[in-house]
Structures are given as structure tokens and as C-alpha cells.
Design a protein around this ligand. Sequence first.
Ligand code: GAR
Length: 203
Amino acid sequence: MIRIAVFCSGSGTNLQALLDACAAGTIDGTVALVVSDRKDAYALARAEAAGVETLYIDPRGFAGKEAYEEKVIAALDGHRIDLICLAGYMRVLSPFFIRRYKHKILNIHPALLPAFKGGHAIADALAFGAKVTGVTVHFATEELDNGPIILQEAVIIKEGDTPETLLERVHAVEHRLYPQAVQLIARGRLKVEGRKVHIASSE
Ligand code: GAR
């Protein structure tokens, strides 16, 4: 059973999918901590409803990013966390933090990376006139939205899509893909070689 920390800044629908998968036993693990940089993140209410410990830290109260992250690291150590899942966490982690948890931080991104990196992937895909976008689950590395890819799935952009309608279909894929990726880790089925992530077949 792996112990998971989920980092969120917003609504936390992906957190909910991970909580549900742990409860259903489709992830061999447990969400032991939810970290947020925003006091009003609905993700914190979801965590509390599930009886999961939460940590809200206001980044503005710290001299620098590393001082803030030291506090986060202390909490991760305290909860014996094996895996960090970024789920709509809108802060860029420092190289110091990323290096400390090499191949132990996952991120979910609402596009087919390397297309539409950054914080507005859905709006960017629509504005670009793309016909296909999707979802990527990848390891976080020092370069933003650039780490080795674990799972990807396409979402077709339809005529007349708005950010809301597209987000709804992207979310449906995210909520299936993220628990799947976490379970691959929980079962020790991933091997990273440079940029490539090999998935061992299940026995
Ligand atoms: C998700 O769609 C996730 O892919 C996106 O934020 C959303 C969070 O939703 N992440 C990024 O855009 C990262 N660049 P949620 O709070 O409902 O899980």
C-alpha cells in the first residue's frame, strides 16, 4: 500500500477520483495528506469529508520558495509519503524540491504534451483551433510539463465546444487515467529510461 500526498489549488475533482479509487481498492494505496496553497480550495473540503489530513500553507508567509517547501517536506516526511500527485496545483515547484522526489512526483495535464503546456491548456487548444487535445499523466521534472510520459489519451474537440464543454470531457478522461497511472506505480510496473516510461505487463 503506497502512501500518497495530493497537491491541489482548486476544485479537486482529480483528488476525488484518487480518493474514490483508493476507497474502491483500484489503487493499492491511500491518500494520506492533501496539500494546498489556497485556503478556499474546495479540494480541502473534499479531503476533510474523506477523513484525510490537510495542510494549507500560505506561500506569502515565507521568505522564499525553498523555505515554503521545507515546511511541505517536513509534512511529507511526517506522513511517510511515497508518492506525490499534483492535481491542479498551480505553483511551480523548485528544482530543489523536484530533485528530492525524483520519479516520485506525478502531474496531470489537460492536453497532449508537449502541446499546450502551461496553466491554460484547454483555452489554448480551443484558441489554436486544434481538432484533438487530451490528457497526459507524466513524471514532474525540473522543466515544466516536460517529464517522462506515463499515460496519454486523446479527446476530440467538437464544433461549437466551449472551455466548459471541453473541460467536462477532458475531466472524464482525467478521472480515469490518473488513478490508472497511480496504480501502475503502486504495483511497481513502471520503469523509466531517459524520457521513456516502460509499462510491464500485468501477470
Ligand atoms: C485539471 O484539469 C488538471 O489537468 C489541470 O487543472 C485541473 C484541476 O482540476 N492542471 C493543469 O492545468 C496543470 N497545468 P481539479 O482541481 O478539478 O482536479
